[in-house]
Ligand binder design. Structure first.
Ligand SMILES: Cc1cc2nc3c(=O)[nH]c(=O)nc-3n(C[C@H](O)[C@H](O)[C@H](O)COP(=O)(O)OP(=O)(O)OC[C@H]3O[C@@H](n4cnc5c(N)ncnc54)[C@H](O)[C@@H]3O)c2cc1C
Length: 410
């Protein structure tokens, strides 16, 4: 019996486990060997990319596989606008090689340190009503399934692809992924400080006519500083929004580092810097109820202070067809809040769940705190059973389930 691996903690430090084995395979064959020997011992297997999920998705007392030795771009096809990469390749690592090939990731979220398989595993997204999540861009992958065999998934296997697009590590270990990308573009940033009334007034034009529109609406004067947001001095922060508008920059607009008006390669503009000082929940509401849900969240947060102290982050994502995608069949408004570590924020987060889940049928971010039950999964995700059917085919023994996922997906 090997020594237990050291306790694992996720990036933000709210999830921990002590697996029997922690392995860092350096090849697909080593992943196969790790999975086969775990299943022979009847142990569970989970994978961690960079551990930026807030949910207990990584936790296991069996084998925890990390991707420390499985990173790097393996092929770029500029003509087909495709890139292939090993699963631990960070979002950041795609930026310059794609740029040099005349390409770029279509969109990015708030940070670029996630591994590509981790980002795709939970449906990680940025903002833009015409732009899908990272998962929507998955065009194929290789997965080491429950019996240790490699399953090749691509556009000729549409059911497997739709299941793999958001699979939270439940189909097996992805060892290589193919993602569609776009021709390279530069981003022009505008940062604004708006009242809530201005946010609502400008909403339709900004969402409709700009590449990326998102904001952090702040319930209190303290809120902006918790996410390091620089509001304009002299203006109230409470009930105001830090607004980001990004458009593609024309050739006539030179690169610029001007404060709140940067122009640059997209991978240099998207990422923000966060401290691990928040425990986040993020729910997705059908876009046709966007402003209604936004107004309801503002009311709930103003009534929930002091627990509701972190900003409400507001984004949009285009529809796609991933079985467990929060955008399956509909574009969404994305509403995210955080609990403050060290406080008992559960009643507040449960109130957000009751509002967005109960009144708006919201779907959840698989990497962020949520309260989804099996009944709600099937009500809100029309293809949940199709996902479960694929999961059972690729992993009939449930090797890749853990206590967090089993009640929903066994
Ligand atoms: C500061 C911060 C900012 C964030 N910003 C955003 C944002 O802007 N937009 C957004 O949507 N989310 C955001 N998130 C959430 C984050 O993008 C997701 O939780 C993402 O899954 C984390 O990526 P990771 O590489 O850390 O994956 P992990 O958390 O390590 O893993 C995520 C899931 O993927 C699975 N997985 C990982 N590798 C593999 C593999 N090789 N094969 C099979 N399964 C695998 C894991 O088992 C797990 O279920 C943010 C999180 C933090 C902490």
């Amino acid at each position: 019996m090997p020594e237990p691996a050291p306790t694992f903690s996720n990036w933000v430090g709210n999830q921990h486990c002590t697996p029997r084995r922690r392995l860092s395979p350096a090849s697909e064959a080593e992943v196969q060997e790790a999975v086969r020997s775990a299943t022979a011992r009847g142990e569970g297997v989970r994978v961690v990319a960079t551990g930026h999920s807030f949910t207990p998705v990584h936790l296991t007392d069996g084998t925890l596989i990390d991707l420390d030795n499985l990173h790097g771009i393996t092929a770029i096809d500029a003509a087909a606008r495709r890139v292939r990469a090993l699963p631990g390749t960070t979002i950041h690592a795609f930026g310059e090689p794609l740029w040099d090939a005349g390409l770029a990731l279509a969109n990015q979220g708030d940070i670029d340190t996630q591994g590509i398989a981790g980002a795709i595993g939970t449906g990680t997204h940025g903002s833009g009503l015409a732009l899908g999540s990272f998962s929507a861009r998955l065009r194929g992958c290789r997965i080491v399934a429950g019996n240790g065999d490699v399953v090749v998934i691509d556009e000729s296997t549409p059911e497997l692809l739709a299941a793999a697009q958001v699979s939270v590590g439940m189909l097996g270990v992805m060892t290589e992924l193919e993602v569609s990308v776009v021709g390279r573009y530069r981003l022009a940033e505008q940062i604004h400080h708006w009242s809530y009334e201005q946010l609502i007034e400008e909403w339709d034009e900004r969402v409709g006519n700009h590449r990326h529109f998102s904001c952090f609406w702040c319930p209190t004067e303290r809120s902006a500083s918790l996410y390091g947001l620089e509001m304009e001095p002299g203006k109230p922060t409470a009930d105001a929004a830090f607004v980001k508008v990004y458009d593609e920059a024309g050739d006539d607009l030179p690169d610029s580092t001007t404060h709140r008006r940067r122009v640059n390669r997209p991978h240099l503009v998207y990422p923000m810097v966060y401290e691990p000082n928040f425990h986040e929940l993020e729910y997705f509401v059908r876009y046709d109820r966007a402003k209604e849900a936004l107004g309801a969240m503002r009311e709930l947060m103003l009534a929930s202070q002091p627990d509701a102290v972190f900003p409400l982050e507001v984004r949009t994502v285009a529809a796609d067809d991933g079985y467990l995608s929060s955008q399956y069949g509909t574009p969404t408004i994305v509403l995210s809040v955080s609990g403050e570590p060290g406080t008992d924020y559960w009643a507040y987060l449960r109130a957000v769940d009751a509002l967005l889940g109960g009144q708006f049928g919201a779907r959840v971010h698989w990497g962020k705190l949520h309260f989804l039950t099996a009944d709600q999964l099937h009500e809100r995700y029309p293809m949940a059973q199709a996902f479960i059917d694929v999961r059972r085919r690729l992993d009939p023994a449930g090797t890749f389930l853990n206590d967090h996922l089993r009640p929903l997906f066994a």
